[in-house]
Design a protein around this ligand. Structure first.
Ligand SMILES: [Zn+2]
Length: 397
C-alpha cells in the first residue's frame, strides 16, 4: 500500500522508527492508563483526538513521544474520518463546545494502521471487543473489514510512504534496519533528504507471480497463487477426480445386492442418488460440450417423475457412470421414453457395463428412443445391441 506523506512528517516518523523499541513484545502487558483509554473508548463509542494523542504518548515513547504531533497528518493519510465530538448538553439547546475526535471503529482502524507501520501500539483487545459487535453483520465498512481481518493480516503487510515530490539533488542512499519484533524498515533519501519510507511486517512475504492457467484434468481456468482461486479450483478438481476415479460406494453396493434394479433413480430414490446422477450429467455436458445439464434433480431436490436415472455400478462397486431417461410426447401422442444421455468414466468403458443393462432398459422403457446426436461409440454399440427400431434410426454410412 502506498501513501503520500508531508516530507517533514516522513522525516519525523522515520526518526521515531529508527530508535530501538521500548518493548520487545508486539503486545506488552498494558499499563492502567492504556486499559482506561480502551474502556472509555468502548463505553462512549468515541474518543477525542486529545485522548488519542495521550494514549499514543503512553505507548509510543520514542522521540519523547513525538508521535503526538504526527497524529493529525497520519489520520489524513490513512483516510480516517475525524469528526466533532461533543459533551451531551444538560438541556437541549444549551451551547456546548466540541473538539475533533474519532468514532470507536475509526479509532481502532487507525491503531491497526499505526501498528502496521511499526509503532508501539497494541489494538488487539479493542479489536476483540469490536469483532464481537460486528460478528453477525453481513455488510461491513472498509475499516470494519480491517478489524475483522486484523489477526489474519497482522505483521504481513508492506506499507510505503512517499514524500511530496520535489526536485532532489545529491547522492542517492538507502538505509535499512530491523526492529526487535522483526519489522523491516527501508528509508531512501537523496542528498540527506528522505523521500520514501517502507515498512514490511515480520511476516511479510513478496507476493508470488500470478498467471492464468487451465487445468488439464478438470478444465478449470484459474489464477495461480490466488487463495480464492486455489479453493475454487480444488473444489472443482476434486469433483472431477471423484467422477473419473470413483472409490467403491458402500451406499450403492448396499442398493444393488439384489440386482441392477437397485441402480434405478426414480422419484422415490434417496437424494444422494439424484445428486450422483447430476454429477454424471455434468460430466456428460463437459465431455461433449453441451450447454445444459440434462438432469433436473440434485443432492437437494429429486428429479420429477417424467425423469428416470440409473447409476451404473463398476466392477469394484464404484459409481462408474449414469444415464437418464425422459418421458416425452414429442414424437408420439401416447408418449414414450427417450434415453437422454449416458456417461461412463473412461476407465470403465468397453467393459460391457451398458450391454449388461440394455435388456433391462428395453424391458423397463419399451423400445425406447435415443436423443440425437449419438457419439461414435454409441452408434457402434447400437449396431451390435440395439433393437430393430433403434438400429433403423441410426445414420446410414
Ligand atoms: Zn483441476
Amino acid at each position: 500500500m502506498n501513501f503520500n506523506l508531508p516530507r517533514e512528517t516522513l522525516i519525523r516518523l522515520s526518526g521515531i522508527l529508527s530508535e530501538p523499541r521500548r518493548s520487545s513484545s508486539p503486545a506488552p502487558a498494558p499499563a492502567p492508563a492504556v486499559l482506561a483509554f480502551e474502556a472509555t473508548l468502548l463505553a462512549e463509542g468515541v474518543c477525542t483526538l486529545t485522548a488519542m494523542c495521550d494514549h499514543l504518548a503512553q505507548t509510543e515513547k520514542r522521540g519523547s513521544s513525538a508521535i503526538e504531533e504526527l497524529v493529525e497528518d497520519l489520520i489524513i493519510v490513512f483516510d480516517i474520518r475525524a469528526q466533532g465530538i461533543y459533551p451531551r448538553p444538560e438541556y437541549l439547546g444549551d451551547e456546548v463546545e466540541g473538539e475533533k475526535g474519532l468514532a470507536a471503529v475509526d479509532a481502532v482502524g487507525f491503531l491497526i494502521q499505526l501498528e502496521a507501520i511499526g509503532l508501539e501500539v497494541d489494538p488487539s483487545r479493542l479489536v476483540d471487543s469490536l469483532i464481537a459487535q460486528i460478528v453477525d453483520r453481513k455488510l461491513l465498512t472498509s475499516i470494519e473489514f480491517d478489524i475483522l481481518l486484523y489477526k489474519h493480516t497482522q505483521g504481513k503487510r508492506r506499507i510505503r510512504f512517499s514524500a511530496d515530490p520535489v526536485q532532489l539533488d545529491g547522492l542517492h542512499a538507502q538505509r535499512t534496519h530491523k526492529d526487535s519484533i522483526g519489522n523491516r524498515f527501508s528509508v531512501c533519501s537523496r542528498g540527506d533528504l528522505p523521500y520514501s519510507l517502507e515498512i514490511s511486517g515480520p511476516k511479510y512475504r513478496e507476493p508470488k507471480p500470478q498467471e492464468a492457467v487451465t487445468c488439464a484434468l478438470c478444465g478449470m481456468l484459474y489464477v495461480t497463487n490466488h487463495p480464492g482461486d486455489a479453493r475454487r479450483h480444488k473444489a472443482t478438481h476434486d469433483r472431477v477426480v471423484r467422477r473419473l476415479n470413483p472409490k467403491p460406494s458402500a451406499r450403492l453396493q448396499k442398493r444393488v445386492v439384489t440386482g441392477i434394479a437397485g441402480e434405478l433413480v426414480g422419484p422415490d430414490a434417496p437424494l444422494w442418488m439424484h445428486g450422483e446422477v447430476y454429477e454424471r450429467a455434468a460430466a456428460f455436458r463437459r465431455e461433449f460440450g453441451y450447454d445444459f445439464i440434462q438432469w433436473p434433480g440434485g443432492s437437494t431436490t429429486r428429479a420429477p417423475s417424467d425423469w428416470r436415472g440409473h447409476l451404473i455400478t463398476g466392477p469394484g462397486g464404484e459409481i462408474a457412470g449414469a444415464c437418464a431417461f425422459m418421458h416425452t410426447t414429442a414424437r408420439k401422442a401416447e408418449g414414450e421414453w427417450s434415453l437422454q444421455w449416458i456417461w461412463i468414466a473412461p476407465k470403465f468403458r468397453r467393459l460391457g457395463l451398458l450391454e449388461a443393462r440394455w435388456a433391462d432398459f428395453l424391458q423397463r422403457y419399451g423400445d425406447f428412443d435415443l436423443e440425437k446426436p449419438l457419439s461414435e461409440a454409441m452408434v457402434t454399440f447400437l449396431w451390435k445391441h440395439g433393437s430393430e427400431a433403434q438400429r433403423a434410426s441410426l445414420p446410414v454410412f
